[in-house]
Design a protein around this ligand. Structure first.
Ligand code: G3H
Ligand code: 13P
Ligand code: ZN
Length: 307
């Protein structure tokens, strides 16, 4: 099965009120864990690659690993660039076979964000590639794009932005943030704002970044086996389910993958101090990714059986 674009995936998700999971991939074990979870749940999948992941693994390796995964599945799979920092990187991924790219101009002025997004859209659409953009700033730090302080998306600006850029989907800032430390006080999202954006852009797919729920079982496991991950908190799962029914068609998850892998590897090392075969600890790490992704698909995203 060749790679697919997000269009029909999102149309179905929008109509039926669920979201597709976009999972960050950095190596073979993560890709395999996600693919196995998708196969068991018969779910559509978005595999996304950040600039940092691309630097770590190399674009050729990532693309070939994903192609290998495609040889063994008939699930619809999108290969997406996450937080593309500039036109050049988006172009490199489009030229390299990605079916979707994100241009993240959220740190720029409104006009500059429009200009760079429109430039990527023109290049991408000529090649039948989907473009996600971001308006507002989602707190947290990615490798090549920094957002120190979150600025929520203005609904009227969102309409103008989509109209002027022609972007296909929009990441909105409504209270989520990247990483494992999302909320100090009550965990809450600005649902009236999300609802307003969705109302003003009917039928249009929105994207929620920073949507890991930071399962406490993994946090506790990390800490139990020598880690120091204290006070980590994510987006409660019921809030994510609610977002899925409000025009959010893509939900991004990276931190939970990191936590699942790290917790499982820490446990393995503690319990098997004499082992030094990487396969011995990467196997349970891959299983942990699979279990976590399966849970998301089934109980949070609502996309089981939607492939
Ligand atoms: O949104 C950011 C993702 O978690 C990617 O993180 O830039 O460290 O790969 P990264
Ligand atoms: P988390 O840090 O909540 O997993 O968010 C990931 C993300 O938004 C990737 O773009
Ligand atoms: Zn993100």
């Amino acid at each position: 099965m060749p790679l697919t674009g997000p269009k029909s995936m999102f149309e179905k998700a929008y109509k039926e009120g669920y979201a597709v999971g976009a999972f960050n991939v950095n190596n073979m074990e993560i890709i395999q864990g996600i693919m196995q979870a998708g196969a068991e749940e018969k779910a559509p999948l978005i595999l996304q690659v950040s600039a940092g992941a691309r630097k770590y693994a190399g674009q050729n390796y990532i693309v070939k690993l994903v192609e290998a995964a495609l040889l063994e599945t008939d699930l619809p799979v999108v290969l997406h660039l996450d937080h593309g920092p500039d036109f050049e990187l988006c172009k490199a991924c489009i030229d390299g076979g990605f079916t979707s790219v994100m241009i993240d101009g959220s740190h720029l002025s409104f006009e500059e964000n429009i200009a760079v997004t429109a430039k990527v859209v023109a290049y991408a659409h000529d090649r039948n590639v989907w473009v996600e953009a971001e308006l507002g700033r989602i707190e947290g730090v990615e490798d090549d794009v920094k957002a120190e302080k979150s600025v929520y998306t203005d609904p009227d600006q969102a309409v103008e932005f989509v109209k002027r850029t022609g972007c296909d989907s929009l990441a909105v800032a409504v209270g989520t943030s990247h990483g494992a430390y999302k909320f100090k006080g009550d965990a809450k999202l600005d649902f009236p704002r999300l609802e307003k954006i969705s109302e003003l852009l009917p039928g249009y797919p929105l994207v929620l970044h920073g949507a890991s729920s930071v399962p406490q079982e993994f946090v506790e496991m990390c800490n139990k086996y020598g880690g120091r991950v204290s006070g980590a908190r994510g987006v409660p799962e019921d809030l994510l389910r609610k977002a899925g029914a409000l025009g959010v068609c893509k939900i991004n998850i990276d931190t939970d993958i990191r936590l699942a892998m790290t917790a499982s590897i820490r446990k393995y090392f503690e319990e098997n101090p004499a082992d030094f075969d990487p396969r011995a600890y990467l196997k349970p790490a891959r299983e942990a990714v699979k279990g976590m992704v399966r849970h998301k698909i089934k109980n949070v995203l609502g996309c089981s059986g939607k492939a």
